[in-house]
Ligand binder design. Structure first.
Ligand code: ATP
Ligand code: MG
Length: 762
């Protein structure tokens, strides 16, 4: 095991063990089974399982499956497989919060008996109003004084299924005037007549996260319950639940900063959107930073674990450079990937003075001397070879050091050849170079009195294997696809390039691979889904160098039309979503009617298609329209921002219309990014937009005095880019804006930032 650098969590644990507060370390990784795991989860997995390994403790994999609506067995299976693949052991099986439902219920009953919980029959809107705001204390619910017997009776009947969803909730009786709003009689249980993927129809009341999570930890004997920073405010409630549960184990909640990575999106909802809308081929598309995507791409678990070690844990949210992950992948593969030759963009090379039909077998090593690993293979050399089109220039540009007419170059491991002529097709593309070889140059010596320009790789035509090669690039063009607007606008439409290549037969050798370095090209692995021995398909795991470090255009010049171009990079599989929606309309007249009507009110055919493709989607739009939102605005926010898997279309409408009214009334009041986050939050938790903007301090900062120092710092920190900008690379403005926005935690007014930057850079 690698030795881990210390960090604030390890410091806490060390102190706990030293003082005798704890005698062991028990952690858990608690995913909700509502999506596939991604690189951010890997950070949490490495941290929790890593602590258990380091301190000789245990780490549970426990599914937090308390919300039946969004959860699925498919996700449970993928999560178990991903954790195992990363190399972590969670004992013989995973644990499930749903296994404790009976226990949770007992504890709730005991809280009621001790006067610490009550059944409240206010509706959601009333509960919210009674809760007050950051400024104003809350008011007691009129049901707060119900007797124990009354509460026991009602709660029992809630469980028995006597009431509809929303009729009653169980609440903790804490303090409606607490300064921490989470402590104002939080909800413990709600009624949900919805089958659960594991408990079926057994339950129609489900515990809230804030109640269930601490109990799960206490029941399992967890000592350190590590979660991300956004749960900091929930900690007093976490402690209250444990303290009043009657359970003897008292776990401690510790928060750390979640991983953010540039050039990617990390929210499960957005990943789902990429999958469902066909921007990628699935959760395991090699461009996705899901664990399954990275696995198929060819990353090894060792690289991911090393990356997580590299970035460490802290208390400050920050965005990590994608280059770090790519570095970890390269660094991991360099010592283990055998080198072979492959030509990705082939042209023919014919050696005119080499004997027809002859071939020579060359013994060449799999690894260069600096790796110092044994292993070699036979490579045939003959009259007809393939080389890279990019290794030849008919009229060599300045700085081009490889093949051109009249020049000698060395064929890697083989002879030196001189190019005599280039053969072109009708379109003027070079298809073949004709060369002469010098038979005294095998093994190192240069031709008498000649300069050798460089060494290039090649593949022998007679025994080359043809292969499809998929070159992947970052899925997003912009460092921060969450910066504003629709994240899909920042998709990199060139993120997949498919080539017809030739590879040497060495890749099929016994006991080598599956990952290889194709010399001068990068690291490659056969695609685990599509490649077959008779039809090879290789994925490029990663290039040899960081090609992004040099790129200075960080933002797309103009937003990409994602509905058309981004889709064309992936091939549709079986039945597309569009076909499924069309079929739904054929079966259901209501949907067909909506499709027509939505176009009548001015929506594009594409938007009308999605919104009339299922009852739920249309219902959401209708609810918004009923609440007074224009069709266009409602459609825009639903399509771009609404969680794909949300199950509560209608009650959200009034919040949404208030929210949209606030946003539309003053566009610059909060940033687009904050607005989008707020929409998602309201969809999940409800609440007043106005209140949240105030309580979360989301108002944009627009005054020069606050923004100028940040602008100055960004300009001072990036002298190279400033120079490039002044030299005419105006596309860099996006980069500068992004940096300032990030430094201001998204609060600076982007227009203002642009204005001040324009002055600072000119
Ligand atoms: P999302 O908000 O996208 O739905 P989530 O955080 O709610 O994701 P969970 O399944 O609840 O997803 O996450 C399981 C665990 O992984 C949690 O403990 C959570 O804190 C942690 N986790 C999720 N995302 C990250 C991240 N980006 N960095 C570090 N830890 C993360
Ligand atoms: Mg979560």
């Amino acid at each position: 095991m690698t030795s881990k650098a210390s960090d604030f969590i390890r410091d806490i644990i060390d102190a706990d063990l030293e003082s005798g507060k704890r005698t062991e370390v028990r952690t858990r990784f608690p995913p909700e089974p509502n999506g596939y795991l991604h690189i951010g989860h890997a950070k949490s997995i490495c941290l929790n399982f890593g602590l258990a390994q380091q301190y000789g403790g245990t780490c549970n994999l426990r599914f937090d499956d308390t919300n039946p609506a969004k959860e699925d067995q498919e996700y449970v299976d993928s999560i178990c497989a991903d954790v195992r693949w990363l190399g972590f052991d969670f004992g013989s099986e995973a644990l499930f919060a749903s296994d404790y439902f009976e226990k949770f219920y007992e504890i709730a009953v005991s809280l009621i008996k001790r006067g610490k919980a009550y059944v409240c029959s206010l509706n959601e809107e009333e509960i919210r109003a009674y809760r007050g705001s950051l400024k104003d204390a809350g008011k007691d619910s009129p049901h707060r004084t119900r007797t124990v017997d009354e509460n026991l009776d009602l709660f029992g009947r809630m469980r028995a299924g006597e009431f509809e969803d929303g009729a009653h909730v169980l609440r903790a009786k804490i303090d409606m005037r607490a300064s921490n709003m989470k402590m104002r009689d939080p909800l413990l249980y709600r009624i949900r007549h919805q089958p659960h993927h594991r408990t079926g129809d057994t339950w129609c009341i489900y515990p809230m996260y804030d109640f269930a999570h601490p109990l799960e930890d206490a029941i399992e004997g967890i000592t350190h319950s590590i979660c991300t920073l956004e749960f900091e405010n929930n900690r007093p409630l976490y402690d209250w639940v444990v303290a009043n549960s009657g359970l003897s184990n008292v776990p401690e909640q510790i928060e750390f900063a979640r991983l953010g990575l540039d050039y990617t999106v990390m929210s499960k909802r957005k990943l789902l959107q990429l999958v469902e809308q066909g921007h990628v081929s699935g959760w395991d598309d090699p461009r996705m930073l899901t664990i399954s995507g990275m696995r198929r791409r060819g990353y090894r678990p060792e690289a991911i674990v090393r990356f997580c070690d590299l970035i460490g844990v802290s208390k400050n949210n920050s965005t990590v450079d994608m280059g770090k992950l790519e570095y970890a992948v390269r660094d991991d593969l360099n010592p283990i990937a055998p080198r072979v030759m492959a030509v990705l963009r082939p042209i023919r090379l014919t050696i005119t003075n080499y004997e027809e039909g002859k071939s020579e077998s060359l013994t060449v090593p799999f690894f260069p001397p600096d790796i110092g690993k044994p292993g070699e293979r036979e490579v045939l050399f003959g009259k007809n070879l393939y080389i890279e089109a990019t290794d030849f220039e008919e009229e060599p540009s300045k700085g081009f050091r490889r093949m051109a007419p009249g020049r000698w170059i060395r064929l890697r491991y083989g002879y030196c050849v001189r190019c005599d002529e280039a053969v072109k097709d009708e379109a003027g593309n070079v298809t073949e170079v004709r060369c002469t070889f010098d038979d005294s140059t095998l093994g190192g010596s240069a031709p008498e009195g000649e300069k050798v320009w460089g060494i290039i790789h090649w593949v022998n035509a007679a025994d080359a294997r043809s292969a499809e090669v998929r070159i992947y690039d970052r899925l997003f063009k912009s460092a921060n696809p969450d910066a504003g607007g629709n994240f899909l606008d920042y998709l990199n439409v060139d993120s997949l390039e498919t080539l017809k290549a030739f590879v040497e037969p060495g890749v099929l050798g016994e006991g080598v691979g599956p990952r290889f370095q194709f010399e001068r090209q990068g690291y490659f692995i056969p695609d685990s889904v599509d490649s077959r021995p008779d039809a090879l398909i290789f994925n490029r795991v990663i290039g040899l160098k960081d090609s992004w470090a040099k790129r200075d255009v960080e933002e797309p010049a103009k937003p990409i039309e994602h509905t058309k171009s981004a889709r064309s990079v992936t091939r549709p599989k079986s039945r597309s979503k569009a076909e499924i929606r069309a079929a739904a309309r054929e079966r259901n007249r209501k949907l067909a009617e909506r499709f027509a009507r939505y176009q009548d009110v001015g929506l594009s055919e594409g938007d009308a298609d999605v919104l009339s493709g299922s009852i739920a989607w249309g219902d959401r739009l209708e609810a918004l329209a009923t609440a007074g939102v224009s069709w266009e605005l409602g459609a825009k926010w639903l399509l771009n921002e609404h969680p794909r898997d949300d199950d509560e279309p209608i009650p959200f409408a009034s919040e949404a219309s208030e929210f949209l009214a606030v946003i539309e009334a003053s566009e610059s009041r909060i940033s687009t990014a904050a607005a989008r986050a707020l929409w998602t939050e309201l969809a999940k938790e409800r609440g007043s937009a106005e209140e949240r903007i105030r309580s979360q301090g989301l108002e944009q900062v627009s005054d020069d005095a606050s923004i100028q120092p940040i602008v100055d710092k960004v300009v001072a920190d990036n002298p190279g880019k400033v120079e490039a900008y002044k030299g005419g690379k105006h596309a860099l403005m996006g980069f500068f804006v992004g940096q300032v926005m990030r430094a201001s935690q998204g609060k600076a007014n982007a227009e203002k930032v642009k204005e001040l930057l324009a002055t600072a850079l000119n």
